[in-house]
Design a protein around this ligand. Structure first.
Ligand code: NAD
Length: 484
């Protein structure tokens, strides 16, 4: 990677404007690198290079050859996993062990989609006598990818890995708050032998480079992960040219714990699901709904676990790192201040470790009890290490609470009763349901996304991950042959 450069057409390019912006280390609040400040001209150059690759060296490869190149890229990610993890940890503030897991997931995404590239096929369809009808799956062409700052490597992997495997050429606009690891991945893509223009990365601000990408007439599909507000803007811009959009927006995911659950198994998972990445995870388990007869004892155990949590710089590798930015810390503080004004009780807080430098964007994990279901804290995504606990009396009330937000991304159900597991899994509104476990986003293989029914559309629509994502990066063509 070269400093303050985009990766366009297989080369490192200076920003058209000549302007740069600072990359900050959230653990210290200090700048550690310069990034190119992309604008519409950079995006246009990237889209043109992607189109040329799609119509040339990349688009004419066989599916098996594309798969081989993606396997090579996966191997290089694994080779450089330590460097990638260090960069991700410095850029996002997340503990090094989490960044290592993210690097491993990135390699796994490329492996999974490399293996799937030549297994994506259509069907033959029964039709009138004298015809043979078949469907084939074609790539969209040039796909745009707007990536957030919370999991740059993972979200890049799931979106770009699937798009490339399906045969698209990609233009990526990572988040201005965290994108350094992805520039390293661009260098690895070149080393792996991806033809110039198959993958392009333009860094910069959302309202500049991001908006230019979403509005570009040369883009054939946009996938966006981030806030519901920005997702709406992106969809509006894409609609100008009728460009299809996949939106992965956010959640207020419930963990529903019945009194018969295995608390020993549940406890560490309930804590990890909100503390991972300092709660800056769209699928964070940010609400814990507990059957009333078990509410007090489980809350006590949760409080004990929260009091043990330590927060510090990424390199200290504690339970929790800082938040991504001062803006995000203020957002989380606003939620906590409002909860305090509303008289919502704090059950426990974690501790700031002595190793945390002044100037870092730290916020300790907080467990709040008896959170009113209609409060802002129970309804809106905090995107910080804040867990809202509330009791329920029966299955019907648990479902009403679980489904009572504008989101529907992930849910956890904890019970030993098999019939209840199935009833709850069927009735809870979520794109993924975990029973007696919680995947915080789930595995590479598992389709993931919002369940936009009944007005709960704030989690977005479309599917990422698994084989299902490949379908989203293709267009089905029907060919009807009349042969008599
Ligand atoms: P955001 O939605 O503004 O940013 C996500 C991506 O969109 C970034 O790459 C950004 O540069 C880009 N972007 C911003 N404005 C754009 C525009 N006008 N056109 C095109 N692209 C644009 O998110 P944020 O401001 O970084 O965070 C705000 C809130 O979003 C967070 O507090 C959190 O609630 C939510 N969020 C959710 C996720 C998720 O995974 N679901 C990820 C990040 C943030």
């Amino acid at each position: 990677m070269e400093e303050a450069r985009h990766f366009i057409g297989g080369a490192w390019c200076a920003p058209a404007s000549g302007e740069t912006l600072a990359a900050l280390d959230p653990s210290t609040g200090q700048p550690f690198a310069r990034l190119a400040r992309g604008n519409a001209a950079d995006i246009d150059a990237a889209v043109r290079c992607a189109r040329a690759a799609y119509e040339g060296a990349w688009g004419t490869l066989s599916a098996a050859e594309r798969g081989r190149l993606l396997f090579a890229l996966a191997a290089l990610v694994t080779r450089d996993a330590h460097t990638l993890a260090q960069r991700e940890a410095q850029d996002t503030g997340k503990p090094l062990k989490q960044a290592r897991a993210d690097a491993a997931a990135l390699a796994r995404y490329f492996e999974f989609y490399a293996g799937a590239a030549d297994k994506l096929h259509g069907e033959t369809l029964p039709y009138q006598n004298g015809y043979t009808v078949l469907t084939i799956r074609e790539p969209h062409g040039v796909t745009g990818h707007i990536v957030p700052w919370n999991y740059p490597m993972q979200i890049f992997g799931r979106s770009v890995g699937a798009a490339l495997a399906a045969g698209n050429a990609c233009v990526v606009k990572p988040a201005e708050d965290a994108c350094v690891s992805l520039l390293h991945v661009a260098a690895l893509a070149r080393e792996a032998g991806l033809p110039p223009g198959a993958l392009n990365i333009v860094t910069g601000f959302g309202h500049e480079a991001g908006a230019a990408l979403a509005a570009h007439a040369g883009i054939d599909h946009i996938s966006f992960t981030g806030s519901p507000q920005t997702g709406k803007l992106v969809a509006q811009l894409a609609a100008e040219h009728h460009v299809p959009v996949t939106l992965e927006l956010g959640g207020k995911s419930p963990q529903i714990v019945f009194a018969d659950a295995d608390f020993d198994a549940a406890l560490p998972v309930l804590v990890a699901a909100i503390v991972q990445n300092a709660g800056q995870t769209c699928s964070a388990g940010s609400r814990v709904l507990i059957e009333r007869s078990a509410y007090a004892p489980l809350l006590d155990r949760l409080a004990g676990a929260f009091e043990q949590l330590r927060v510090g710089p990424s390199g200290a590798d504690l339970d929790c790192g800082p938040l991504i930015s001062e803006k995000q810390r203020r957002r989380v503080r606003d939620f906590l201040d409002e909860a305090q004004r509303d008289g919502i009780a704090v059950a426990a807080r974690g501790r700031l470790d002595a190793s945390a430098p002044d100037g870092g964007f730290y916020e300790v994990p907080t467990l709040l009890r008896d959170v009113p279901p209609q409060s802002r804290l129970a309804q809106e995504e905090v995107f910080g290490p804040v867990l809202a606990a509330m009791p329920f009396d029966d299955e019907a009330q648990a479902l009403a609470l679980a489904n009572g937000t504008p989101y529907g991304l992930v849910a956890g159900v904890w019970t030993r009763d098999g019939a209840r597991q199935m009833r709850m899994a069927r009735r809870v509104r979520a794109g993924q349901v975990f029973v007696n476990n919680y995947g915080a986003g789930g595995g590479v293989e598992l389709p993931f996304g919002g369940a936009p029914s009944g007005g709960a559309r704030q989690s977005g629509h479309g599917r990422e991950k698994g084989f299902e994502a490949l379908y989203g990066f293709t267009v089905l063509k029907t060919i009807a042959i009349r042969h008599g």
